[in-house]
Ligand binder design. Structure first.
Ligand code: NAD
Ligand code: MLT
Length: 318
């Protein structure tokens, strides 16, 4: 895809590393950084721009896209584009691009942190120390050596998680509808169908997009197929693990604990809040990509992709 985009003014509406603005301006593109705009403010501002760069806070709805009558390009400094109405953008002929890969390592590391923290109850033990307690018995953990980790979604992040967890002596099994068993074996992940995978796993981590096929992938039908006390991690998108079902399974002991970086509603409300505050849950406010390195990378990548579009180079992440 090679054509050149006449891009004059870009709005950055979320906190994106400052190198993004610097790169765009160095290439003759005017940039305004206006974060925390209300919906009404965004609707009023958007007609003044032909480019928009967001992270996840800005909801680029059909209404915003319609109001952006000069918009030519929308960039997501990150992986998931679920905060952008892609069909509405396509209808209006607007290019939507993301930076797949820029935050892969950070999200994989965050997943591994959550798995290790679940094994050793580190977060709960720390909270108890801060409450003035010295409770060694309560926080007896278990080794990761010899345990089985099921990875659902063997894309960029799933594979990096496997590579890291294997160094603990963890056996990695996985499922992905488009990754064949031979490909999966290259990453030392034994591919299997989901119904074979659930009963084998001591830990389950999901790394898929949130789409109709993955919503509630772990839920009332699948938790009973898992080992009693299975630990689960979601560092992908809230809703892949059904939250109401997770809560019930934590209460019954069918699920031993959960590491949650993402929630169905962010910031959490309702069941998401109950989970975030649950004693068996280690919760983070969507921090998977929140590292200096990942944020610099995605900011640089999206700016360079915009510049490439202006210079008529072939486009990436579209
Ligand atoms: P990716 O596209 O590289 O991999 C996703 C994989 O999921 C693909 O291989 C795809 O075939 C697979 N998949 C699709 N449907 C499936 C199904 N029904 N069952 C099993 N697998 C299925 O994506 P990625 O970069 O690895 O990102 C994975 C997820 O992590 C995305 O949802 C992304 O938005 C999210 N993410 C979260 C954070 C964070 O801050 N927590 C950071 C980066 C990415
Ligand atoms: C993503 O999809 O890239 C993540 O949700 C990370 C983020 O930008 O917070």
């Amino acid at each position: 895809m090679a054509f050149s985009l006449n891009l004059k003014r870009v709005l950055i509406s979320d906190s994106v590393d400052s190198c993004c603005k610097t790169i765009l301006e160095a290439n003759g593109i005017a940039v305004d950084l206006k974060t925390k705009l209300t919906k009404e403010e965004l609707l009023a501002e958007i007609p003044n721009y032909d480019g928009l760069i967001v992270r996840s806070a800005t909801k680029v709805t059909a209404e915003v896209i319609k109001a952006g009558k000069n918009l030519k390009i929308i960039g997501r400094a990150g992986t998931g584009v679920d905060n952008i109405d892609i069909p509405a953008a396509s209808l209006q002929g607007i290019i939507v691009m993301n930076t797949p890969g820029g935050n892969t390592i950070s999200a994989a590391e965050q997943t591994c942190v959550l798995i290790s923290t679940l094994a050793r109850h580190t977060a709960q033990a720390d909270a108890s120390m801060k409450a003035g307690k010295w409770d060694r018995k309560k926080y007896m953990g278990s080794e990761l050596l010899g345990k089985t980790l099921a990875i659902v979604g063997l894309g960029r992040i799933g594979r990096e998680v496997a590579y890291r967890m294997q160094s603990y002596g963890v056996t990695t099994i996985g499922y992905d509808p488009i990754v064949p068993a031979e490909e999966s074996a290259k990453y030392n992940i034994e591919w299997m169908e989901l119904d074979q995978l659930w009963p084998k796993a001591d830990y389950i981590t999901v790394h898929t997009p949130l789409i109709p096929q993955t919503r509630g992938l772990l839920g009332d039908k699948t938790f009973p197929l898992c080992k009693k006390g299975v630990y689960v991690v979601n560092c992908a998108r809230g809703g892949i693990i059904d939250e109401a079902s997770l809560l019930r399974n934590l209460e019954s002991g069918q699920c031993g604990g959960a590491g949650l970086d993402v929630f169905e509603t962010e910031p959490p409300t309702g069941v998401s809040t109950q989970l975030a505050q649950h004693p068996k849950v280690i919760a983070c406010p969507h921090l998977g990509a929140s590292t200096v390195e990942a944020q610099t990378r995605v900011a640089k990548e999206i700016a360079e992709q915009f510049v490439d579009a202006v210079q008529g180079k072939s486009l990436f992440g579209v």
